[in-house]
Ligand binder design. Structure first.
Ligand SMILES: Cc1cc2nc3c(=O)[nH]c(=O)nc-3n(C[C@H](O)[C@H](O)[C@H](O)COP(=O)(O)OP(=O)(O)OC[C@H]3O[C@@H](n4cnc5c(N)ncnc54)[C@H](O)[C@@H]3O)c2cc1C
Length: 290
């Protein structure tokens, strides 16, 4: 199937991309193309123009600066998965990126495109929400930094407005007493998340949990925090019994009307087994607290 006709512009800088978007309000940004091109071919989108940002090198980096790991929007899933900095300080993100699709998808797909597309079955939104990410946006509505709870507005909907460009994502750095992990029930063909669970835990010197963040994706329109699970973990020693008991509260985070279902896995099924993936993510995260 062929994409509908569109004009093509290649931007050499963020400023140039912003100017092109202002000039062509119906244009779409093109990053890795692994979500947008299929949409065009299926005729689910027909923008008059594409603004290719794929060669703006300044948007491709992972660096630590003043308490934040700043990740450029064009950083590919492969680069996330192989980053030593992320593997040690934001393990869940590197782990999730390494589980995306197949090598071809990981080599082309970008973190910015993944979160801007906001497919509920994507892996990175839940992980970034769990890690307390801030999304840096520039363009039509000025420069701003948006927290995950405001960034992901719903099914394939984000705070990125017309003329906006997501430039980077910041994650607060954590110390070695923190552990994070991502576990997913992957669709066997696409590897998209049927259920995804991200967990980040902090322990004190005695091994007691002082802070827990648990987020679910895949089965809901936008990432949701499992606050009952988080609260049940704080003060425990994160042993198998405490994790199993807290994971049992996963259903509290899921509004039955919001849980997604399809021919592959019904909403009832996803809702009932989500706690298994939460338990797996928590067990791995707890083992990494050190
Ligand atoms: C076979 C296959 C399997 C996949 N499996 C998985 C999986 O298991 N898990 C998973 O999470 N994903 C999966 N994906 C999706 C993949 O991760 C995509 O690469 C990603 O969702 C989109 O990134 P992209 O760089 O390709 O974006 P594009 O396709 O180029 O763009 C996607 C959307 O984001 C917008 N956009 C892109 N960059 C920006 C920016 N910087 N600022 C503002 N808007 C922007 C575009 O305008 C477009 O609307 C799969 C894709 C395929 C084809």
């Amino acid at each position: 199937m062929f994409a509908p006709q569109f004009d093509y512009y290649r931007a050499g800088s963020v400023a140039e991309a912003a100017a092109l978007l202002a000039e062509h309000p119906e244009a779409k940004l093109l990053a890795g193309g692994h979500s947008l091109i299929p949409l065009l071919k299926l005729r689910l989108a027909a923008p008059s123009a594409l603004v290719d940002i794929g060669r703006i090198d300044s948007l491709r980096s992972i660096r630590e600066e003043s308490g934040t790991i700043e990740i450029g929007a064009l950083t590919t899933h492969s680069e996330l998965a192989s980053s030593e900095l992320l593997r040690s300080r934001a393990t869940a993100l590197a782990e999730a990126a390494g589980m995306i699709g197949d090598p071809a998808v990981r080599n082309r797909g970008t973190i910015g495109g993944n979160v801007a597309h906001a497919d509920p079955a994507s892996d990175l939104p839940a992980v970034l929400a769990c890690l307390g990410a801030e999304f840096r946006v520039t363009g039509g509505n000025g420069d701003r930094s948006v927290g995950a709870s405001d960034f992901f507005e719903g099914l394939m909907s984000t705070a990125i407005g017309e003329g906006d460009i997501l430039t980077s994502i910041g994650i607060p750095t954590v110390d070695s007493a923190c552990g994070s992990a991502y576990a997913k029930f992957a669709h066997p063909a696409s590897r998209y998340a049927v259920i995804g669970a991200a967990a980040a835990l902090v322990v004190d010197e005695d091994g007691s949990c002082t802070c827990a963040s648990v987020t679910l994706g895949g089965l809901v329109p936008a990432p949701v925090r499992a606050t009952a699970v988080e609260e049940a973990l704080v003060g425990t020693r994160l042993d198998a019994a405490a994790i199993a008991s807290a994971s049992g509260l996963t259903g509290d985070a899921l509004d039955a009307d919001d849980v997604l279902g399809d021919v592959y896995a019904s909403a009832e099924y996803r809702r009932s087994v989500a706690q298994v993936w939460v338990q797996r993510a928590l067990s791995s995260a707890a083992a990494r607290c050190g």
